[in-house]
Write a protein that binds this ligand. Structure first.
Ligand SMILES: Cc1cc2nc3c(=O)[nH]c(=O)nc-3n(C[C@H](O)[C@H](O)[C@H](O)COP(=O)(O)OP(=O)(O)OC[C@H]3O[C@@H](n4cnc5c(N)ncnc54)[C@H](O)[C@@H]3O)c2cc1C
Length: 292
């Protein structure tokens, strides 16, 4: 049963920010409620007040912003992203990812902002957005600040968002020309057991830039610095991909849980890493002869 709470429905960002500041950390932002409400019912989250942000104009929707970046409002549901013609055209990997989040009921109510702010380790979008170098806009009574997705996720269910801040915007830069994007996941439960995102740019047949991120196996999405160093400057080949995958196995920081051992998670990360890197290279126009 839900414990009693105050309910607020602000109609502007300024009003929401003022409420968050006045009510303090006991108040919770309420978007789709797919994480929040079940946890409140189970007594695992005690919120003295809910600030329902669904009446604030401008927090939903998808548009193309500066430098062709995709701008996604935090209230946009997974389902809306999955079906968005803009996302399908400009970032089909994100649309495909969203089509496999949870089930259609959760996708229809759950928002991308709620997913990111909750920072559950098995988040699909978090992993891809870190690889894509997305930026998040946070708003409070003190003003507006931007933070890189990579710096936003700080630990298990922890982010750099202060309790009085609201996630107000998500900007995903358009991948540079010559880039390939790939996202690979493995799931047997509701949420992924492991996932790897790779964004790789080729120049003159060699890797000029890359970001490889492993999600779901640890407490937060993690960039694989060693795999990235090995790939940078390399020409696409089975050997280069296999070496990078082995670097992922060594570097990833899995946590033990009731479902999978840390060794198994390392194996999943290495296998998905190999597939994601091969796919990103192929999409970037490389000559990978890797047999996926
Ligand atoms: C059965 C099930 C299966 C799932 N499977 C997957 C999966 O396969 N992959 C995956 O990635 N996810 C999965 N999820 C997670 C799902 O994506 C999230 O539940 C959903 O996106 C959360 O969004 P919401 O709007 O419901 O958030 P809410 O429940 O409303 O909020 C979640 C948290 O974020 C805070 N919050 C929300 N919006 C903001 C904001 N704009 N600013 C600041 N704080 C905010 C809230 O205060 C709360 O702490 C699954 C969830 C369920 C229940």
């Amino acid at each position: 049963m839900l414990a009693p709470f105050e309910y607020h429905r602000p109609e502007s960002l300024a009003e929401a920010a003022a409420l968050l500041r006045a009510l303090g950390p006991e108040a919770a932002v309420y978007a789709g409620g797919t994480e929040l409400l079940p946890l409140m019912k189970d007594g695992l989250i005690e919120a003295s007040a809910l600030i329902d942000i669904k009446a604030i104009p401008g927090l939903g929707g998808i548009a193309r912003g500066r430098d062709s970046a995709l701008r996604i409002g935090p209230l946009t549901t997974h389902r809306a992203i999955e079906r968005s013609p803009l996302v399908r055209e400009h970032l089909p990997e994100l649309a495909a990812l969203e089509a496999n989040v949870a089930n259609v009921r959760v996708r229809a109510a759950g928002t991308i902002g709620g997913n990111l702010c909750f920072a559950e380790p098995h988040s699909d979008p978090a992993t891809l957005l870190v690889a894509l170098d997305a930026r998040f806009t946070l708003v409070s009574v003190e003003g507006v600040r931007e933070i890189a997705a990579e710096d936003f996720f700080t630990g298990l269910l922890e982010t750099a968002r202060r309790p009085d801040e609201l996630l107000a915007d998500i900007q995903i830069p358009a991948p540079a020309p010559g880039s390939g994007v790939a996202y690979e996941r493995f799931k047997t439960h509701e949420r992924p057991s492991a996932s790897v995102a790779a964004v790789i740019r080729l120049d003159d047949g060699a890797v000029a830039d890359c970001r490889v991120v492993v999600g779901s196996v640890g407490v937060r999405p993690l960039r694989m610095g060693r795999a990235e160093s090995l790939l940078n400057g390399a020409r696409p080949s089975d050997d280069a991909i296999a070496e990078a995958a082995e670097a992922i196995r060594a570097e990833v920081a899995p946590t033990e849980d009731a479902f999978e051992s840390t060794d198994y998670k390392r194996q999943l990360a290495a296998t998905l890493g190999r597939r994601a890197i091969a796919a990103a290279l192929a999409r970037a126009g490389g000559e990978s002869d890797h047999d996926r």
